[in-house]
Write a protein that binds this ligand. Structure first.
Ligand SMILES: Cc1cc2nc3c(=O)[nH]c(=O)nc-3n(C[C@H](O)[C@H](O)[C@H](O)COP(=O)(O)OP(=O)(O)OC[C@H]3O[C@@H](n4cnc5c(N)ncnc54)[C@H](O)[C@@H]3O)c2cc1C
Length: 387
């Protein structure tokens, strides 16, 4: 038995029931088909939109329900049962892109984009990473140059989640050159714009359901109507929203680990060796106790972060702790679960094998675990001394 999670009230519990029913009905029966198609089908997004799952953070007048962050967390957790490809595609849309489109847009832009965002007709993506700039975002080379009333965008992005099918991509581009490299602005590049090309859908070792793509911009002309936030303040805007992205990642990490641990518990109760269930060997019992404790202790910290974020009190440093630690725990737990499944744990028919392949990237993306430790260490007053 794990501790009760006191951060959710009765309304949250009802919402969880409908989120769980959505996953059971719309995703689990189609998991194989979706994996083969290498994308989450458009009708899954629009069904989620119709049921009100995509607009939880969006004001009501634009088609959302504008409820607190715990609702995002619940839908994310339920999707993580199906696999983190689902929760990551969702969090990019609803946790990462949503705040830019609600907090950094004009009234006209909100009316233009948010209703389709909530209905799932327009999926969103964010393009920060480039072939030569990942952790070091200030090194990005995609640029937007002013030409009369327009901006002309040139460059490329890689590893972009939802990239192959997004109707709108928030693109970080350099608009000024200054020594600290802070002259970055954010532009909404939309499907069909001249010069906007999608490259290969990338072949990842896991998370085949998520469409992760390269994007190319060749003289893409946009007006100020496509600018998100202030000119040259894009880096600042990105930093503001990263805590929510990292919390979303943490929620998905730990929820997925918890689910795979439960699947493994069932498995080791029924699988027999030497005439007894393998779960009854002392090694299995100790290992499972170790894994369950890691999951529960991590969940407690992530829950504190969710509660703090719902009150707008989560710091970037605590989000960084939650992100790296939950990714580490998820990978330790799932690797041990593969071991407990024996050879079956290495077979694609088994959920644990997919979870193992899916999980490896959580230590790399959303800011790598090393970068998270940089943030935490610097906050402890351990920045580099420049001579
Ligand atoms: C499946 C997938 C989906 C993704 N989705 C998106 C998306 O939707 N949008 C987007 O913009 N990006 C996305 N990314 C990109 C992701 O955020 C980057 O891969 C990540 O930030 C790391 O950048 P990099 O791959 O360039 O690695 P690098 O920056 O080259 O880092 C390589 C290694 O060096 C280490 N390192 C780098 N700098 C330091 C340092 N200062 N100190 C210590 N170690 C350091 C890193 O921790 C890492 O271990 C995705 C990536 C993947 C794999």
């Amino acid at each position: 038995m794990s501790l009760p999670r006191t951060l959710f009230d009765d309304d949250h519990k009802l919402f969880r029931e409908s989120a769980a029913a959505f996953v059971d009905r719309e995703i689990l029966p189609r998991r194989e088909e979706i994996r083969e198609a290498r994308r989450i089908p458009a009708d899954v997004w629009t069904t989620a939109g119709d049921a009100g799952f995509l607009g939880v953070a969006i004001p009501e007048q634009y088609g959302g329900s504008d409820v607190d962050f715990r609702y995002n967390a619940i839908f994310n957790e339920e999707l993580s049962r199906a696999g983190i490809a689902y929760s990551s595609s969702y969090t990019i849309h609803a946790d990462v892109c949503a705040p830019y489109l609600t907090n950094r847009t004009t009234e006209e832009q909100k009316q233009r984009w948010l209703p389709r965002f909530c209905s799932g007709e327009m999926i969103t993506a964010i393009g920060m990473t480039e072939p030569e700039a990942g952790s070091d975002l200030q090194g990005l080379k995609t640029n937007a140059k002013r030409d009369g009333d327009e901006w002309v965008i040139n460059g490329s992005k890689t590893f972009i989640t939802n990239g192959a099918h997004a109707g709108l991509v928030i693109v970080a581009a350099r608009t000024a050159t200054d020594p600290k490299g802070r002259g970055i602005s954010l532009f909404a590049v939309e499907e069909g714009m001249e010069g906007f090309q999608r490259g290969r859908k990338l072949h990842k070792v896991g998370q085949h359901e998520a469409d992760t793509a390269e994007l190319f911009f060749e003289n893409v002309r946009v007006t100020d109507d496509q600018l998100i936030g202030e000119v040259d303040r894009g880096f600042h805007h990105m930093m503001e929203h990263l805590a929510q992205e990292r919390l979303g990642s943490s929620i998905s990490n730990i929820s997925n680990a918890k689910h795979i641990l439960a699947v493994t518990l069932d498995y080791i109760k029924s699988r027999k060796a030497f005439g007894r269930p393998i779960g009854t060997f002392q090694n299995s019992r100790f290992l499972m106790a170790d894994l369950q404790t890691r999951v529960d202790v991590t969940q407690a910290f992530v829950d504190q972060c969710i509660a703090a974020h719902a009150e707008h009190l989560l710091t970037a440093v605590d989000a960084a702790k939650a992100k790296w630690w939950s990714a580490e725990v998820q990978n330790v737990v799932i690797d041990a679960c593969v071991q407990l499944h024996g050879g079956y744990g290495y077979m694609e028919e088994y959920e644990v094998a997919h979870a193992w392949m899916d999980a490896r990237v959580t230590k790399i993306w959303a800011g790598s675990n090393e970068i998270m430790k940089e943030i935490i260490g610097r906050d402890m007053g351990l920045g580099e001394v420049r001579g």
